[in-house]
Write a protein of this length. Structure first.
Length: 286
């Protein structure tokens, strides 16, 4: 308390000055209409600027939640688009007997084949020979091994290992990764990474009669329980014939930027277990 009193005594001249300034502004404000308007305008400008800055700060802190909401909504739209493509493909496969489509009275969102789970990347490597990605969702979130993983641009990889709260993804940038892909509207080949640039992978065993050009889009073929047909992989950067001249190998510029990967979606194929069990049963009987 004594130190406070000493401080007030030492700075009494400044406090007196501030008091007189306040009294002066009060007299000016009360005695002159013009001065009053000037002071009010200045105060409004200062208040407006403060409100604007505080609003910008609040908006910045809400961006993270807004981005998560947008990611979820984009995923929902992508899944609906893939369902429509799948439905159109089934319709066009039997144009003779197809008489129209009518959804079942009890059909709802649970009836669709593909769903998704959003997740955030917590660990990622792109410069190794065998790269892996860790995401912050696991078994308790409904993720199992062999599920496909995509970004907002295209294919990322396949879930390989799962714990309760985390999952490890085998990405395209790993020599163990294999995926059936195709140039839009053509036959399919096998996508794999050669261990060089994280921007490119190779689509091999593409039949020689297939017509394509640099810049054409490469998508998933649908011959996998992990990915539906039509998910973007990348675009053709260059191509060459294989040694036997019966097949092409395409260099594919990947749509996903693995250096900047932060959010992903795990594709949940509701029919995946049934398909894999049936295929395993057939293989075990061979």
């Amino acid at each position: 308390m004594r130190e406070l009193i000493d401080f007030l005594v030492r700075k009494r001249h400044w406090f007196l000055f501030l008091l007189l300034e306040i009294i002066s502004f009060a007299f000016i404000y009360r005695s002159s209409v013009y001065q009053r308007n000037v002071l009010l305008s200045t105060a409004n400008i200062i208040t407006g600027n403060i409100i604007s800055v505080s609003g910008s700060i609040r908006t910045y802190f809400y961006l993270s939640q807004e981005n998560r909401d947008l990611l979820t909504r984009n995923g929902q739209l992508e899944m609906e688009l893939l369902e429509l493509k799948s439905l159109l493909s089934e319709m066009s496969a039997d144009t003779i007997t197809f008489k129209g489509y009518k959804s079942s009275p009890g059909a709802d969102m649970e009836d669709r084949q593909f769903d998704f789970i959003t997740a955030r990347v917590v660990n990622n490597s792109v410069a190794r020979i065998s790269n892996y990605i860790t995401i912050n969702k696991g078994a308790k979130d409904g993720i199992t091994s062999h599920m496909g993983v995509v970004s907002d641009k295209g294919v990322v990889g396949i879930v390989s290992n799962v714990s309760d709260h985390y999952s490890v993804v085998l990405p395209v940038l790993n020599p163990k990764f294999r995926l059936s892909g195709k140039v839009s509207g053509s036959s399919f080949g096998t996508l794999m990474w050669d261990g060089r640039s994280p921007r490119y992978a190779n689509l091999s065993e593409l039949a020689r009669h297939v017509e394509f050009a640099e810049g054409d889009t490469v998508v998933t073929s649908g011959y996998s329980s992990a990915f539906p047909e039509g998910v973007i992989i990348g675009t053709i950067a260059s191509f060459k014939k294989q040694n036997d001249d019966n097949f092409y190998t395409l260099q594919v510029e990947l749509a996903t930027d693995f250096h900047a990967l932060t959010n992903v979606r795990v594709i949940k194929n509701n029919a995946q277990t049934e398909q894999r069990d049936l295929e395993e049963e057939v293989r075990s009987n061979d």
